[in-house]
Design a protein around this ligand. Sequence first.
Ligand SMILES: Nc1ncnc2c1ncn2[C@@H]1O[C@H](COP(=O)(O)OP(=O)(O)OP(=O)(O)O)[C@@H](O)[C@H]1O
Ligand SMILES: [Mg+2]
Length: 253
Amino acid sequence: MSSPALEIIGLHKQFGGVAANDGIDLILETGEIHALIGPNGSGKTTLINQIMGILTPNSGEIHVFGQNVAHRPIHTRSKMGVGRSWQIPSVFPDLTVAENVAFGVRAALGLSAGWWTKALTEDVTDRVDKLLGQAGLRQVMDAPAGDLSHADQRKLDVAIALSSDPILVLLDEPLAGLGADETTHMLTYIRKIRANSTPGPKRTIVLIEHDMDAVFALSDRISVLVEGKIVATGTPQEIGQNPIVQHAYLGEA
Ligand SMILES: Nc1ncnc2c1ncn2[C@@H]1O[C@H](COP(=O)(O)OP(=O)(O)OP(=O)(O)O)[C@@H](O)[C@H]1O
Ligand SMILES: [Mg+2]
């Protein structure tokens, strides 16, 4: 039997007196869209930061397609197919949209990347064009990223996360601050990302999101974090009916 896309065992991350992640166990199958929901400060970003390698756990294991990566550096995880977007979009505002994506692609391909390098060289243009097309950003490809609308910056941030062609994609609040139409576009984009146009398996997605309608529409399963612990995991229907979740998070009696 093939290994799950992601398996987390007994993960613990402490910040001083705060247990930001307190014994997290989680298994994601390949191709699953798995939402992490929970109140502010419940440990969602801390969890994906440890999956990506930005933070090191105090204890516990993180297996990506069967390999324990808990103490491997970010670039190794990136090569293994892990990619992430940021809660606060992290684009270079003075570079064009296409150059922002191109630097991501260059880094992923091990090509030179820095202020001294021309970003959009021939060896990356096809891949950049494909990523921009998928994100719906071709029309603004020559604009400085800092001039984009908030919604387009979010899409750009996700496109950059995809520049290494990850198979496990971690999205930290990609819908934050979006209006209704923009949310619909982003949901379509996330579904496309999962379907994965390149040959190979569907992508697996961890999605942190506060917009419950979007979470319920998009996710195969949902995990609810409260004070660093997963208090429930299940399908949207199961989570919607779970009394612990209704009490702890959805604000119902
Ligand atoms: N680098 C850090 N240093 C110290 N404490 C931190 C750090 N990062 C997070 N924390 C603390 O860990 C806890 C979990 O934070 P985290 O950012 O993971 O929450 P979150 O669920 O992503 O919240 P939000 O929905 O507001 O983004 C919080 O109490 C937070 O203050
Ligand atoms: Mg967060």
